[in-house]
Design a protein around this ligand. Sequence first.
Ligand code: ADP
Ligand code: ZN
Ligand code: ZN
Length: 803
Amino acid sequence: MIVEVIVDVSAYPIDRPFDYIVPDKLETVIERGSRVHVPFGNRKVQGFITNIKEKSDLDMSKLKAIISIIDVEPVITDELLQLSKWMTQKTLCYEIDALQVMLPAALRASYKKEIRLVEHDGIDIETLALFGSKESISYEIFEKAGMLKQMKKYLEQGKFQLDTVIKQQGKVKTITKYRMVQDEELVLSQLNTLPKNAIKQKELIEWLLLKKQPSYTMLELKDSTQTNNHTVKALIDKGILETKNKEIYREINSLEYNDEDHRFKLTDEQQEALTKINNAQDNNEHTTFLLHGITGSGKTEIYLNAIEKSINEGKQAIMLVPEISLTPQMTRRFKLRFDDQVAVMHSGLSVGEKFDEWRKIWRGEVKVVVGARSAIFAPFKNLGLIILDEEHESTYKQEDTPRYHARDVAIWRSNFHQCPVILGSATPSLESYARASKGVYSLLTLQMRAKEQPLPVVNIVDMRAELKNGNRSMFSVDLADAVREKLEKKEQIVLFLNKRGFSSFVLCRDCGTVVECDNCDISLTYHREGEQLKCHYCGHEEPVPKQCPECQSEHIRFFGTGTQKVEEEITKLFPYARVLRMDVDTTRTKGSHERILKQFGDGEADILLGTQMIAKGLDFPNITLVGVLNADTTLHLADFRAAEKTFQLMTQVSGRAGRHDKEGQVYIQTYTPEHYAIEYSKSQLYEPFYHKEMLVRKQFEYPPFYYLTLVQVTHENVMLASEYAKLATDWLRENLSSTTMVIGPTSSAISKIQNRYRYQCLIKYKKEPILVEKLQQLIKIYRTEWIKKGIILTIDLDPSTIL
Ligand code: ADP
Ligand code: ZN
Ligand code: ZN
């Protein structure tokens, strides 16, 4: 028997299956989708079996045999094997990378370099001492000791050998259980022969004889009688007790809440949407629904109902949320409704915890997974429903290889399982809404809040006027007054500091002008080196102006503020307010998000100050005021999605106010109140914004009217980076259709990361049937030639940002 194996080596010529012989004794346990250890070159690596066949087309005598099989049950289902093939085309990744991303980190191999001592003679004492009594030690020991030079010398002389050892990252957690041996007669006879003073042992045996439980933990034994470790060990030695290691799952600690599951009678709108989804479930249709419902309209309630139906029919469901650790309230609702049928997967869990949650899914012990992006690969075998909440969020796109979008994977899997997908959002991505308008997706709309509360009143505050009136503070007079009023009423306040990406644009504080590119309608990016402004779409460059080009004011400069500074100002302005700050600094430790949110929910603070992290999911009845300190930051990013992102954020943040009985108020501070993204935030109506933004996209030829592909080239040497970016761009221009636009090369908005200079080129097209084929050819040139020069080339067929 022969198997085809995709080996764990991401390199160009290796991106194909290799044939291996299956030793006779393993033939019965070999399955597609299992991991194996195989020899590769002179190393041992991990790999995945992707096919089983009788014969190889290659010379059998040259084939090697697999060393061992890691999984008796395959970890990759046949469906996921097919999906990985599709991903290699869709994202231009290696097949091994597609397979790896589907598994929890615990199942990925890590390789350690070890140095083995082959010959003692002629090795200096200091080096020998490193080994102690061992034959092999890790490479790092030499590194730490600063003895790499010696190591290299002995390796060359053949006195050392370098081995690569595969280490498994995750371990199954076990607990030791104790039980009495079956043979009761033996136990009784032992009991009679025990010495008089062995009182504890006697007590324990008698207790066990009475209790007759199948097995016990040490804790249970200790609780029962006066037992201690000593007693237990004595009974094990006498053959009365035996031990067994039992696999257990790690408990994910979460805070205690005293809430309960509410079931509502659905509103007419909710019922109408749910009925359509239920019909698709009944008829096994792979419809993609776009559930467009304003904040608080009860989308989550619909998800819960639809999932319940799937479970009742013996199927499973995937529920994706942008980054679940940020929304413990959401997880709570699922746990309350579905209890231990839910697995939870997000970046806040440890490797071991993720491994356990994954195993619950893999073994079919749970029916629902609530998780962030990678949960889309949950190995369910009978999917009945897939949901992406806040479908417009850019975190659904992976920015590293494989550069997949969870939405695309969801739709692929829904085709496979013949089940519906629900994309939910108050502010859908333009792409999705355009598809729904064309009838590609099926549109479901919720226009009312579930509890019939009105949307909060949104006030736009012109910060230019504040400056004119001599107010240089971050708080406008109106917002400061509103904060004071709410503090007096003991109601809660959310203050939002818009800090997405980096805020490197230049703004005039007098008239609100942001310096833009003449050709592209995109703000220019500030580069500290050389005090230059650059356009990342067309390459235009100009020096930072000393005066505003519109009003000649000298108050023109680079823009940005931090949460810490705001906190100081709050303390000055409102000395009695209790403030909680939530940003990257205060949420570094595990569980801190949840703790801060719980504190706020429990009323331990008056003001919650935060960044993007607080925009979503917050649902507290006492929040009646939301203040956005600086709406402009996202607006002027050098990205065609800047307006869309700003509108989405403003709507999300505003939606935190007045969700329950008390009415909400919102203040949005801005230097550009006339920008349409801000203007439309006032009404929070999506449709008018959508139509306006579509006009802009059409005019400037951006998605969804055109597709974009981003090609980036990086190198430590700026000359080489720019040279090869030009080579790539020229090659593409020559080889792609004449109707396809190849723009660049330009330096990237973030022009240097980790000492590598970044250049890029953009491909814009409506239809380009040869795109993937040509890009694969370019990748081949890169992987066989340019890579030797230290160039890194990356291609993103669906960039969520082009910074
Ligand atoms: P969304 O996900 O659209 O923001 P949610 O599902 O979180 O909305 O609902 C908003 C609030 O309304 C929640 O507090 C929820 O418990 C409540 N809710 C949802 N559906 C109903 C209903 N049919 N009747 C009463 N309250 C509801
Ligand atoms: Zn100006
Ligand atoms: Zn430009």
